[in-house]
Design a protein around this ligand. Structure first.
Ligand SMILES: C[S@@+](CC[C@H](N)C(=O)[O-])C[C@H]1O[C@@H](n2cnc3c(N)ncnc32)[C@H](O)[C@@H]1O
Length: 253
């Protein structure tokens, strides 16, 4: 239950906590059809390599052993498809996202790739997952958690739905810590991405929110502390591309 007057940030703006999800949903409704193209353009293709590093860490079984992945804020299915392609016949993924437009694009992509029987798409909120306790072998979330208003609730839910021995992996934009790269990254983020987003999707403001939200996300050490706070063990992270992204890992033991 939100306390009256409680606020959070939506990019650089302070907004009532209860309003953030609606604002985030407007962003992804607006960009859904061109989301994947924009990912390639604004990361110059690097998001593919970062997601592959996440799948390497996940290391889904190659054989027929049953393995259930929950990919939260999974949008158009990119992470789930990569995992399915790396895994064996026992693998099943559930993509859970709050946004029906993103899921719609994902379902079409799954059909095109003939992955419809291995990847299911379910509408739902990371803060209140409609799945039983201890039901998944792994939980992934890529570029999603910073959009969730109550990150602590999402982490608690991740822990709840994982089986003991289950793996939590979160790929998220992080803090660039290479002198020189930080200035280039800022210039690219604030001067290039919003106009590019405007040209490709007709919505520069949504891309302004996306780059601002990256700057508001906690530093990796602080986020690792939040993951520990939700009950996870053996929590660690790895930074990639000079700190542009970090892969956080934890286990439900
Ligand atoms: C930047 S996209 C990431 C999509 C995908 N994981 C990827 O890496 O391509 C963020 C996604 O988070 C979803 N999202 C935002 N708030 C959410 C929430 N509370 N619960 C579930 N999904 C949420 C959005 O709808 C959007 O699809």
């Amino acid at each position: 239950m939100d306390r009256p007057g409680e606020t959070t940030h939506f990019g650089f703006r302070d907004v009532p906590l209860g309003d953030k999800q609606t604002l985030v949903n407007d962003v992804f409704h607006s960009v859904a059809q061109r989301y994947d193209l924009m990912n390639d353009l604004m990361s110059v293709g690097l998001h593919r390599a970062w997601k592959n590093l996440m799948i390497n860490a996940l290391n889904p079984p190659r054989g027929e052993i049953p393995f259930a992945l929950l990919d939260v804020a999974g949008g158009t299915g990119d992470v789930a498809f990569r995992a399915a392609e790396a895994a064996g016949g026992g693998f099943r993924a559930t993509v859970c996202d709050i946004n029906s437009d993103m899921l719609g694009v994902g379902r079409e992509r799954a059909a095109t790739r003939h992955l419809g029987d291995r990847v299911a798409f379910v509408e739902g909120n990371a803060e209140a997952l409609a799945f039983p306790d201890r039901s998944f072998d792994a939980y992934t979330i890529a570029f999603g958690i910073r959009n969730v208003p109550r990150i602590d609730l999402a982490l608690t839910e991740a822990f709840r739905v994982l089986k003991p021995g289950g793996r939590f992996l979160c790929l998220e934009f992080s803090t660039v810590d290479v002198p020189g790269l930080d200035r280039i990254y800022d210039l690219f983020s604030f001067r290039v991405i919003p106009p590019l987003g405007g040209a490709v999707t007709g919505d520069a403001e949504s891309y302004r929110y996306l780059v601002e939200s990256i700057r508001k996300f906690p530093k990796p050490s602080a986020f690792a502390e939040m993951i520990r706070g939700a009950g996870f063990s053996r929590v660690n992270w790895q930074s990639f591309s000079g700190g542009i992204v970090a892969l956080h890992s934890g286990w439900r033991l």
